[in-house]
Write a protein that binds this ligand. Structure first.
Ligand SMILES: [Mn+2]
Length: 235
């Protein structure tokens, strides 16, 4: 079976509860659609478990991108020279990361060894932006935040980095007729509010779009979808 979840945002309790509920077998796979870190306390701890778990496949989220950009600069020994080397863009990126809940992630990085930090950084750098998956006779495209600037005939490799990471999707918009697009990033309660529907922390399906961020980063739930059966689970 192939499962997807997204936007764990440092909630170690939810991560462990999901692993316990899924009880992954050697042939199963859990694809995590980004934003494992920030806001909650334990993003680094979760990443370090993920990278040791052969059945867990990560995709890049905007929070991982920010971390991957900021961490190397922060790990440099701080000297007058290295401070002078931080330009306005570095400082803006760092400040944006901290404002978006990066503090607990930085604390988590401080608690591990330099080798372990390098391992985490390599893991972040290796994350893919999207995945195409076949399961249960259906085709799926998986991204962190949907697909901004969507054009039905545009190949996925032609989209820009931020099209995968920062889009605010319209679940009612028509996309490919023969493929599902699955994404996190925008909690489904916000998407429902935007569409004037009753608010709930459940996976949202409209046509061939499936939004799976059920608000784990905001005290909602961690949702998980089985791609083979389209069965939903929540922890
Ligand atoms: Mn996000």
């Amino acid at each position: 079976m192939i499962y997807v979840c997204s936007d764990i945002h440092g909630r170690y309790d939810k991560w462990r509860a999901l692993l316990a509920a899924l009880d992954l077998k050697p042939d199963d796979e859990l694809i995590v659609l980004g934003d494992v870190i920030d806001r909650g306390e334990d993003g680094i701890r979760i990443l370090r478990e993920m990278l040791q778990h052969p059945n867990v496949v990560p995709l890049l989220g905007n929070h991982e991108l920010n971390a991957a950009l900021c961490i190397p600069k922060l790990l440099r020994e701080i000297t007058d020279e290295s401070l002078a080397a931080l330009d306005g863009r570095d400082i803006a990126a760092l400040s944006e990361w901290l404002q978006n809940g990066g503090g607990p992630t930085l604390r988590g990085l401080r608690e591990i060894s330099p080798d372990e930090r390098e391992e985490v950084l390599d893991y972040l750098r290796d994350m893919e932006l999207y995945l195409e998956v076949e399961a249960g006779g259906r085709s799926f495209v998986l991204t962190h935040a949907g697909l901004d600037h969507f054009e039905p005939d545009k190949p996925l490799e032609d989209y820009e980095l931020l099209d995968f990471l920062l889009g605010r999707p319209d679940p009612a918009a028509e996309i490919w007729p023969d493929k599902y697009l699955i994404y996190g990033h925008t909690p489904t309660r916000l998407l429902r509010e935007q569409m004037g529907e009753p608010i709930s922390d459940e996976i949202l399906r409209r046509g061939n779009q499936i939004a799976i961020d059920c608000g784990c980063g905001y005290d909602g739930r961690l949702g998980c979808l089985c791609l083979d059966t389209l069965e939903e689970r929540y922890v």
